[in-house]
Every structure is written in C-alpha cells, then in structure tokens.
Design a protein around this ligand. Structure first.
Ligand code: FAD
Length: 399
C-alpha cells in the first residue's frame, strides 16, 4: 500500500534521475503539489545495468511499479565468485530463492534507462508536472528564511525543494557549502554485450564476481533482450579526470589498461562502446537538510559502488523523506530534520561498508588473497546464511 494524502505542500524536485522521480511520485501520493525540473531536454539513455535489492524493491512496490521492474529485469540464480587469476571458481551461492525467502523479495538486475522509463511513465500517469530543459539553480536572498529556485530567468518559490541533482550536485556546494568531493581513486569501464560468442561462464543466469589485484570485475545479465552487463573497476592513479558518464574509450585503451588474460580478451572482440567512468565519491554532509532544502540520492551521498546501492539508496531516501512528511504534516521543519537525522546515520554506515568492500575486493598480497578465498570457500560450503546475515541491516529495510 502507498501513502495516504496528508499534505498539500508545494514541492519542487530538482533532477529527474531515479531519486527525483521516486520522490516526486511519493510526495504526490501524500497530496503534495509537485513540479520536477530536469536540466536535460530528454532523459538520457546512458548507463548500463542497475541492481535492485530488496530495500529498493520495497520502495518500488510502494510506487506500484515493483511488478513492472521485476518483470522487465532479470532475476539471477546464483552469485558466483572467482579468483581472476586463471578465472578459478571460489564458490557459488544460490541467491534467487534464498533472497526471496530471507527478505521476501527477489534480487533484480535491469538497465538503468529501463527503470527510468518505468518511473517516468508513472510520473506522467500521475499527471506530475515535469519541465525538461529546465536547469534549476538555488536563489538565496539574505532577507528570506527559505531558498528559492532560479530557472529559465524566473524566481520560483516553493515550500520544499528536494534536490536530486546527482553526485556532482551544485546545490550541495552552494546551499550546503559542503563540497567534500573525495579524490577520484577508482574508475570503472562499463559496457553491455550481446550473448553471442561469449563463453558459457557469462551466459548463465548468474552474477559473477571476479577478484583481481587492485581491481575486480562483475558480470550479470540485464534485460530480457539477452545482454550481459560488464563492469571492470580498478584503483586509479591520482589525477585521473574523465567526463562523468560520457567518456567513451576505445577497446584498445580498455584492454591496454586492464591487461586481461588472453582468453578473456578474445571475448570482447564484439564490444562497440566502452564507457570509462570515474567513480566520484562525495563526502557525507553533516546534515542533508538546510532551511527548506533537502538532498536525496547521489546528491546526498555519492559512494563507492561496491555495495551496488546507488539506486537502492536513492529509493530509500525518497521513502524516508515522504514518511517523515506524512508523520509531521503540519511541522515541515521537524519532518525535514527527522529525515536528515535518519538518513545521515544510515549513509555513514553504507559508506563505511562500501569502503571496506573496496579493500577486500582489491586485495593485492598473495597471502591475504589466499586467506580471503579460503574464508569464502568455508562460508559458502558450511554457513552460507552467514554471507547474507551481515547484510540484513541493509536489505531488511522497512523505512
Ligand atoms: C547518465 C547516468 C548513467 C548512470 N548509469 C548507471 C549505471 O549504469 N549503473 C549504476 O549502478 N548507476 C548508474 N548511474 C548512477 C545511478 O543512476 C545513481 O547512483 C542512482 O540512481 C541515484 O541517482 P540520482 O537520481 O540521485 O542521480 P542521477 O541519476 O545522477 O540524476 C540526476 C539528474 O539531475 C539532473 N540535474 C542535475 N543538475 C540539475 C539542475 N541544476 N537542474 C535540473 N536538473 C539537474 C541530471 O540531468 C540528472 O538527470 C548513472 C547515472 C547517470 C546520470
């Protein structure tokens, strides 16, 4: 069940990514008068696979799109772990039934643009105003208690501004004066590839995680059209700069940088477009609320993707915000403060675990790798539920 109508706030949402669209929809459910501002003329098709875990699906169900997402994505059977050296198998964990049993929802993978399309259709069906080609910037007048929007040469005043402008958030810099972008220490090469001519290890309906030295890569099926998503992540030399989400590299650049094993290299002869994305991390602000402005999604925290939580965390933000407003419909300040308190705590934990995963996934020393793989083999063979127990705090999200 979604939310009951309890609020008639006038709300602006800045950004029509997953965070912005989901928040717009939930606040509309509450009865708010929502307008979404998106700087691009159209929603971009850029991106690749997105993993939706039970916490994200919980929110998508509240938006009445859970079924469409599960139908439009794939539900991998197993999580398979490999040592990148020689592509040796470490073990296999059944996830389809296990996750459904443990969290009541399946794990789903789909293309980012597919999820955006589903959310956008819902936004249109709910008749939420969405202005494309409208860059919304903050307008802070000394004598005013609240922040306004400057868009298309006009000042727009709203009771609440939900900022969902992504990891390089200008609003976070200007309004929150918090611009703790951490240096780019990681980058990711991403592409999707049709199943044709790929070795069987990639074709099965599994998520494959390959641990290398100072790097790792993940493969998983995305949409029903049979494409496989490849993500290669590595530590980056300091000073690397790339155009976020848009930098395309040649196959040669990718292969030279990754120096893959010959057999693996041969698999990628059909790759056409490879994106190289710097993994931008933003610091966690001490508060995600200031005056009548709140941050959601990557604007609140851009973190290392080693928990695959970017979209899920954005969906969580939208649900918690809507719930806080539902709880205090007549005291918006209290609602926003509660939202900030709840989220900052959880974001800190997510950030910490993602950073720890980065260290573990990228172990370099032979002995540490050997111990880690032995530990994984033991857990998979004798205590598989322990593998997920440590994630219960995340996947069991109920708001
Ligand atoms: C092009 C792109 C591709 C991505 N691909 C993947 C992927 O394949 N896999 C994955 O796991 N994650 C991907 N991500 C990240 C993932 O979408 C996010 O981690 C997560 O969904 C949270 O997104 P968000 O809505 O907070 O921010 P974003 O998805 O970054 O959306 C922010 C939106 O705000 C708009 N915007 C920015 N500034 C303004 C402004 N001043 N006024 C109005 N609008 C503004 C942007 O145009 C954008 O549409 C991608 C992000 C982008 C932008």
């Amino acid at each position: 069940m979604g939310l009951c109508k309890t609020s008639n706030l006038k709300v602006a949402v800045v950004g029509a990514g997953i965070a912005g669209l989901a928040t717009g929809l939930l606040l509309r459910q509450l009865g708010c008068d929502v307008t979404i501002f998106e700087k691009d003329k159209l929603l971009k098709k850029e991106g690749a696979g997105i993993q939706i875990t039970s916490n994200g699906l919980f929110v998508l169900e509240k938006l009445y799109v859970g079924e469409a997402v599960v139908k439009g994505g794939l539900k991998p059977d197993n999580l398979c772990l490999f040592d990148e050296d020689g592509l040796r198998s470490i073990g296999r964990l059944e996830i389809l039934n296990r996750l459904k049993r443990r969290y009541g929802r399946p794990f789903t993978a789909l293309h980012r643009s597919h999820l955006i399309k589903i959310l956008l259709e819902k936004v249109k069906a709910e008749k939420i105003k969405i202005n494309f080609g409208s860059e919304a910037l903050p307008l802070i007048a000394q004598d005013e208690q609240s922040v306004s929007i400057f868009c298309n040469g006009e000042k727009v005043k709203k009771d609440l501004i939900v900022v969902a402008d992504g990891v390089s958030s200008n609003w976070k810099k200007i309004v929150f004066k918090e611009n703790k972008e951490r240096s780019i220490s990681q980058s990711a090469y991403r592409f999707v590839l049709s199943k044709k001519n790929l070795p069987p290890v990639f074709l099965r309906n599994n998520v494959n995680l390959f641990f290398g030295r100072g790097r790792h890569f993940v493969t998983y099926p995305t949409d029903l059209d049979g494409t496989i998503n490849f993500v290669f992540c590595k530590r980056e030399k300091k000073g690397h700069l790339a155009n976020h989400w848009k930098e395309k590299v040649t196959k040669k650049q990718f292969l030279d940088d990754f120096e893959l094993d010959e057999n693996l290299e041969a698999c990628f002869s059909n790759v056409k477009t490879i994106y190289k994305w710097p993994i931008i991390e933003s610091g966690i602000p001490s508060s995600v609320q200031k005056k009548n402005v709140v941050l959601v999604g990557d604007a609140a925290l851009g973190m290392l993707p080693y928990m695959a939580q970017g979209a899920n965390k954005a969906l969580e933000d939208s649900w918690v915000l809507a719930n806080c407003i539902r709880e205090y419909p007549l005291d918006i300040e209290k609602a926003l403060k509660k939202y900030s308190k709840k989220r900052v705590k959880r974001l800190q934990k997510l950030d910490k675990v993602s950073r720890l995963n980065e260290k573990i996934y990228h172990l370099e020393r032979k002995m540490f790798r050997w111990i880690f793989f032995l530990y994984l083999r033991f857990i998979i063979a004798f205590l598989p539920s322990l593998f997920f127990k440590r994630l219960d705090w995340l996947y069991n999200f109920k708001g």
